[in-house]
Every structure is written in C-alpha cells, then in structure tokens.
Design a protein around this ligand. Structure first.
Ligand code: RFL
Ligand code: PHB
Length: 388
C-alpha cells in the first residue's frame, strides 16, 4: 500500500493526541491519529477527574466545553481531613479560580465527537506502530497494514508507548521517583457523601473522596504497591474507607454498587528533552506525576497547546523558533507540577516504615497549610493551575 501523506502523524488517542489534532485542525494543519485500542475502550477508561481552570478555559475557547459546562461540577474548594476533622481550602476565595470535576473519559468522548464531526482521520485498533527517520524532514510512521509520511510526528502514546524509545539513549535523560505505595481506585453508583473533594490523611493511610456526577462517587485508598486487586473485596474496601474518612462530627460515607476498581502504582517521571529532530513527545509519553495533585491530564493539555502553536508556526510560516523552545517551555511547567504533586503526596500519605520524625513533620505541614493563608494560597494556586 502506498503511504498516506499528512502534516502531523499523531500516535495515541488520549487527551493529548486528540486535543492536539483538534487544535491543529483549527489552525488549518492536518493530522492523522493512530490509536492501539478501540474507540469504545478509550471512551470508557476511567482516569482523571479534575480539570484546572486554565485547561477548562482552553476547552471553552476551542469549542469543546458544551457538555463539560452542562454536566461538569464546578468546585470552589476542597477539604484537607486530618485529626478526624475537615480543614477547607477555599480555592476560589484564595485565587479567584475554580476547578471543574469532569471525567477524563468524557473529555475524550467530546474530543472524538468533535474530530469525527470535522471529518478528522482517527484510526483505532492499529497495531505494530513504529517511527522512522525522525532526524530528517520526512519522518514516517509504519504500522500493520499502513504507513504515514509526515512533516512531524507527535508521540502522545502515554507512559507505556513506543515514541519515547525513538529518542536515542545518548540524547534522552530520564528522571524517576518511585513512591512506596499505590492507589486503589473505586467508582461506585452512590451519591457523593460531601459536596467537595476530601483529601484525608489518616494513620492507616491516605484516602480521597471525589465524584463524577450527583449519582457517582469516585474514591481512592492508599495501599501497598504489591497489593493485588483480587485481595480487595468490595466489603474490605468500604470498611477501610469508613475507617480513614471517619470524623468526630458525624460524616457518613454513602455506599453503593461498585462499577469499577483497580490499583495504580505511583511515580514521578520526566524524560528530557521532549523533542528530538521532528519527533515531539507530549503528555504521559514524556512525564508522569503521582495523581495526588490532579495534574497529569492538565499537563498533557498544557503540552499540546504549546505544541500546536509551535507546529502551526513551523508548518504554516516556516518559522522554527517555537519548535526550538518547545521542550524548555513545557518542562518548566512539568517540573513545577512534579514539585507540587510530590508535596501533596508526601504531606498526605503515610510512608510504610517511616519514622515518627517524618510523621510529625507531615502533621506539622498539614496544620500549617490549614491555618496559614500564605500556605493555603500557595497550595491553592498550584491546584487550580498556574496560567499557561
Ligand atoms: P494517555 O491517556 O495514556 O493516552 C495515550 C494513548 O496512546 C495509546 N497508545 C498507543 N497507540 C498506538 N500505538 C502504540 N504503540 C500505543 N501505545 C499507547 C494508548 O492506548 C492511549 O489511548 O496519555 P495522555 O493523552 O498523555 O493523557 C495523560 C492522562 O491520561 C493522565 O496524565 C491522567 O489520567 C493522570 N491522572 C489525572 N490527571 C489529572 O489531570 N487530574 C486527575 O484528577 C488525575 N487523576 C490520573 C488520575 C491517572 C490515574 N491513573 C489511572 C494513572 C487518577 C488516576 C487513578
Ligand atoms: C478523581 O476524581 O479521579 C481525582 C480527583 C483528585 C485527584 C485525583 C483524582 O487528586
């Protein structure tokens, strides 16, 4: 088969790849998206839930927020729960910004619908994807049964994708931090037990109360990294959640049928640089953060905004300045998000075997954040999202 010609070959139909394709389309740049999984699979994958203010504003600006503004839940604060008591962080009061609770898979559905409505070329269930000639002006992507001839390639294929592997070892530098715990995530058909998110630090470990809609609750529990989901019956999970979320003023956790549950390891990871020749990495393909700061999807969105501007400038005007600065521009935000995610994670989780000294420090940090408006404002401005 003769190769298909496109300006931007995009690997991965997660938030990064799909949004990039949409942003490029608005600028008159064409792209083809290749995705290993089925459309149904990517539209059902339960992941992030918190959309930062800058991300939500961008989605609005580019015509993608219709359903988000109808069904998403605007939040003006969240609770830090420790010592069996809530300490509210009033995000909007401290920063003027809000966050929107709206599932990542809903954003993915909205993006796919928008790309298809514009006759975008999305190819699902594509196997054997490989990239070639990234240090030439005509990089190529081959896959089982086809080939794309491109001007540039965007590796938006997530942490386990193949694009990052096309950057030579002599060029790629990686930074990694493995946390000594994991998150067990649960989606339940149950009315949320509180109108806002609750980040709970408990001597048995961290727990998080979140939601997806007025009928669906999202909950997380800190567990050991080697735990298996088969060993966590629904009953055991609910018992543990009740223990960690209990307060002295009568909080009740509402239970309901479990729709989905899984365990995710927690790590920080950054690959530098995010560009090699005509290959650009964006989103989880280049970096991941522990989910405590709710930053992963938002970073993916920030990356592709920068990338769409750089590629538009290169492909429409022949100007490579923004392409040259792409990696440095993104990495500044990436490292701030790594720092913030690490801070939230360290403050809220009990590290197994950690000394009393570390525990006392964490409690001190929680109390300081709950009582100092300077500390709370710093946390809030990072949480709602620093301006792009
Ligand atoms: P994705 O979403 O992983 O998409 C990559 C896509 O590439 C496909 N792919 C390939 N396609 C073709 N050929 C190959 N060889 C391929 N290899 C992979 C994959 O099938 C997939 O469809 O990456 P992207 O687009 O960079 O988006 C990143 C986000 O998904 C991720 O950062 C967030 O989900 C992280 N995250 C959160 N982020 C937030 O901003 N707020 C949150 O509240 C939040 N909570 C979370 C999270 C992630 C979690 N888990 C499960 C890791 C909570 C959890 C529990
Ligand atoms: C979620 O609702 O899935 C969620 C919320 C906050 C986080 C992480 C995940 O920090």
């Amino acid at each position: 088969m003769s190769p298909v010609r496109t300006q931007v070959g995009i690997i991965g139909a997660g938030p990064a790849g799909l949004l990039l394709s949409h942003l490029l389309h608005l600028e008159g740049v064409d792209s083809v998206v290749l995705e290993a999984r089925s459309r149904d699979y990517v539209e059902r994958r339960v992941r992030a839930g918190v959309v930062e203010q800058p991300s939500a504003d961008l989605l609005r600006d580019v015509g993608l927020a219709g359903r988000m503004d109808e069904e998403g839940l605007p939040h003006h604060g969240f609770s830090l729960r420790f010592d069996r008591e809530d300490h509210r962080i009033p995000l909007t009061e401290l920063t003027g910004s809000t966050i929107t609770v709206y599932g990542q898979q809903e954003i993915v559905k909205d993006l796919i619908a928008a790309r298809l409505a514009a006759h975008g070329d999305l190819r699902f269930e594509v196997s054997g994807v490989a990239v070639h000639d990234v240090d030439t002006d005509r990089p190529r992507i081959t896959y089982d049964g086809g080939e794309l001839e491109c001007d540039v390639i965007a590796g938006c294929d997530g942490f386990h994708g193949i694009a990052r592997g096309a950057v030579p070892d002599s060029v790629l530098k990686t930074f990694e931090h493995e946390y000594p715990f994991a998150w067990l995530g649960l989606l339940a058909q149950a009315q949320p037990s509180h109108e806002e998110l609750i980040y709970a630090s408990h001597e048995r470990g961290f727990a998080l109360h979140s939601m997806r809609s007025p009928e669906v609750t999202r909950l997380y529990l800190q567990v050991d990294p080697d735990e298996r989901i088969e060993d966590w019956s629904d009953e055991r999970i609910w018992d543990e959640l009740h223990l960690r979320l209990e307060t002295d003023n009568g909080f009740t956790l509402r239970e309901g049928p479990v729709i989905e549950k899984s365990i995710t390891s927690m790590r920080g990871f950054v690959a530098e640089p995010m560009r090699h020749g005509r290959l650009f990495l964006a989103g989880d393909a280049a970096h991941i953060v522990p989910p405590t700061g709710a930053k992963g999807m938002n970073l993916a969105i920030a990356d592709v905004l920068v990338l769409s501007r750089a590629l538009t400038s290169l492909l429409r005007k022949g100007d490579s300045d923004l392409v040259e600065s792409y990696s440095d521009t993104c990495l500044r935000r990436v490292w701030r998000a790594q720092g913030f995610s690490n801070h939230m994670t360290t403050m809220l989780h009990r590290a197994p075997g950690s000394e009393d000294y570390q525990h006392r420090l964490r409690m001190s940090q929680l109390r300081y954040t709950a009582t100092s408006s300077a500390a709370a404002t710093s946390l809030a401005e990072n949480y709602v999202g620093l301006p792009f």
